[in-house]
Design a protein around this ligand. Structure first.
Ligand code: NCD
Length: 336
């Protein structure tokens, strides 16, 4: 695909070659993310960061990624503080805000909303999550992390064995990740969810059409027994009609140290897009795994910066200028 000037709306836009391109650029962002070097390559550029649903890491990491490339960030969060609360359409909002920004990241509760916004935008738009549909940048950072974890074990993504656990019906991260895995070969997926919260049928069909083995299960313990990655997710309570309905499923699948030790192969990597629901009645990924070396959740969040920097650099066509515009830094860098 041609990255320059493109919207990033769905994983369906990408070929395997494009994914490798994003990852190769992401690798080169490490010194900037680690604060060993600074670049001002996007000096003067403005990111419009528009988040109409709760977000911590996606919103902040998009903003930090843009800042790390030297750009400025303007944010709108929540409908109540934006003119959408006065009845303004996505079309008008897009026409207006794209006049103020060089690129826009958007999260919105409605399926297809970010694409609709992008059609009216005068600048590239990146989907930060459109309701239960897709979350393409999360899938990219997840696969980047999977690749990194497997490389450390002298393996590649082809032949991966992964269990996805939790609310697979509403979880946009697993939807995008499954679509991404269709670009690879010979993947074995075990999809663990309550029957009512199963992965959408069309995504299972996409996986099977790609030649992958897909097992559907309601049993956590045995599903995580022979996998490289156990990818846990939260019950997406905001997608249910009532809290009671979500409560019915909360806490159904809990991964903790005891279960991990009893059932998982010793090398199994634990992932979660976060936020994990740490309330006692949920706790799908227990804090007693916090110091486990195979817990990759904070490597995922760190990698989010690299992948998002790479996407900005590609979409705004500055990849080749970064090296030349960089200098060393010498402030205290913390324990990175
Ligand atoms: C996810 C999301 O918003 O879809 N969070 C994230 O962006 N990392 C997952 C979730 O909210 O459960």
């Amino acid at each position: 695909m041609e990255f320059t000037g493109s919207h990033i709306l769905s994983i369906e836009q990408f070929e395997r070659f494009d994914i490798e391109r994003v990852f190769t650029v992401a690798d080169t962002m490490e010194p900037y993310a680690q604060r060993r070097k600074v670049t001002r390559v996007l000096e003067g550029a403005i990111l419009g960061n528009m988040f109409f649903e709760p977000s911590t890491r996606t919103r902040v990491s998009f903003g930090c990624a843009f800042n790390l490339l030297g750009g400025e960030v303007r944010e709108t969060t929540g409908f109540e503080t934006s003119a959408i609360a006065k009845g303004e359409s996505l079309y008008d909002t897009a026409r207006v805000l794209s006049g103020y920004s060089d690129v826009i990241c958007m999260r919105h509760p409605a399926v297809g909303s970010v694409s609709e916004f992008a059609e009216a935008s005068r600048v590239p738009v990146i989907n930060g999550g459109d309701g239960p549909n897709e979350h393409p940048t999360q899938a990219l950072l997840d696969l980047y992390t999977i690749r990194q974890e497997l490389t450390a074990k002298q393996r590649g993504v082809d032949g991966l064995r992964i269990a996805m656990i939790g609310d697979l019906k509403h979880g946009r991260t697993v939807h995008s990740l499954c679509k991404l895995l269709t670009l690879y070969n010979n993947i074995q997926l075990t999809l663990v969810s309550p029957v009512e919260l199963a992965m959408p049928e069309y995504i299972v069909d996409l996986l099977r059409s790609a030649g992958h083995s897909v097992f559907i299960s309601q049993d956590l313990n045995h599903s995580i027994a022979n996998v490289d990655i156990a990818y846990s997710t939260r019950i997406q309570e905001e997608r249910f009609g009532s809290k009671d309905e979500a409560d019915h499923y909360r806490g159904r699948f809990r991964l903790n140290q005891a279960i991990y030790t009893q059932y998982c192969e010793p090398n199994t990597v634990i992932m979660h897009p976060l936020p994990r629901d740490s309330r006692a009645d949920a706790n799908e990924l227990d804090n007693d795994l916090n110091l486990h070396p195979n817990l990759a959740i904070f490597r995922q969040t760190d990698n989010g910066i690299l992948v998002r920097m790479a996407l900005f650099a590609l979409v705004l066509n500055v990849v080749e200028q970064i090296e030349g515009s960089s200098r060393d830094v010498n402030w205290y860098r913390g324990q990175r």
